[in-house]
Write a protein that binds this ligand. Structure first.
Ligand code: C2E
Ligand code: MG
Ligand code: MG
Ligand code: MG
Length: 271
């Protein structure tokens, strides 16, 4: 009986596990090539102020232009890059590229770069940011690093120290996807964030869910009290935009205001 179960287990689980492992390995090999052959690129999505027309900055979002598979989105390769350690190479590329690109924009515009928690495990993050700024000539105040609470959750003392050193360089730090994950309000006490980004799952339900609205109100209330501006992510309709403006969000980002675009082909992600 036990033996039969065991065999069933093997028959059922093993091929699946092998497939997953193989796929992971394939993506890993491919990703190494991607770095070598410059298949990774950044798209930039505008972030607007309350006037809804003035661009205050842009968020850099990574894309992988695969020679066979076409355009691959971050959800399909960032987690593998994190597990394999390739995220350090991807992260270095992103920081340098984004700072160089931002030098071509108006002097008031910031560039936001996403950082993975795993990028904090490498002691080189602070010097990496420093060298991206020095080599591009971008003033530190124009670089905004977006982190999620996972950075403060894992290895918090060391990561907090890294965050403070980054802040000492003069760069800004935004708390991304706020309201999802563990969202301990305590994180807002342990570090002085320059911006809070309200996750798009709340933005998109602002009209239909009283819970989503209550959470947005709470986040904006904290932001106001602590003098931290909030950005509503994922704004897709004028109704959402109006509502979120009424609710006191200071910045807005979403397909309604502009899709992520590469600087040379401005319409590649449009529907
Ligand atoms: P994120 O930092 O929260 O970025 C916002 C995501 O929402 C982006 O997805 C963006 O394309 C999408 N978005 C923007 N406006 C709208 C909208 O109106 N509606 C909808 N449905 N979506 C909208 P994307 O580009 O697929 O990136 C997903 C996540 O991957 C990012 O979430 C970020 O966590 C991560 N990521 C992207 N680029 C990088 C990178 O260079 N480094 C690292 N470590 N992570 C990155
Ligand atoms: Mg982000
Ligand atoms: Mg976000
Ligand atoms: Mg998000």
């Amino acid at each position: 009986e036990a033996k039969r179960n065991g065999r069933n287990c093997l028959a059922f689980f093993k091929p699946e596990m092998e497939t997953a492992a193989l796929k992971r390995h394939e993506v890993e090999m491919d990703l190494r090539q991607a770095i070598m052959f410059q298949q990774l690129q950044l798209h930039y999505q505008p972030i607007m102020d309350v006037s809804h027309v003035r661009i205050v900055g842009r968020e850099a979002l990574m894309r992988w232009q695969h020679p066979v598979k076409g355009l691959i989105m971050p959800i399909d390769f960032i987690p593998i890059a994190e597990e394999t350690g390739l995220i350090h190479e991807l992260g270095a590329f992103t920081l340098h590229e984004a700072c160089v690109e931002a030098m071509r924009w108006d002097d008031h515009e910031t560039v936001a770069v996403n950082l993975s928690a795993s990028q904090f495990t490498n002691g080189a993050l602070v010097s990496l940011v420093e060298s991206a700024l020095t080599q591009s000539g971008l003033p530190a105040r124009r670089l905004e690093l977006e982190i999620t609470e996972s950075v403060l959750l894992a290895n918090s003392a060391a990561n907090l120290n890294t965050l403070n050193r980054l802040k000492a360089l003069g760069v800004k730090v935004a708390l991304d996807d706020f309201g999802t994950g563990y969202s301990s309000l305590g994180y807002l006490r342990s570090f002085e964030f320059d911006k809070i980004k309200i996750d798009k799952s709340f933005t998109q339900d602002v009209e239909s869910s009283k819970e989503a609205l209550a959470i947005i109100r709470a986040i904006n209330g904290i932001g106001r009290s602590l003098d931290i501006p909030t950005t509503a992510e994922g704004v897709e309709t004028t109704e959402q935009l109006d509502r979120l403006t009424q609710e006191g969000c200071s910045h807005f980002q979403g397909y309604l205001l502009g899709r992520p675009v590469s600087h040379d082909t401005p319409s590649d992600e449009s529907v």
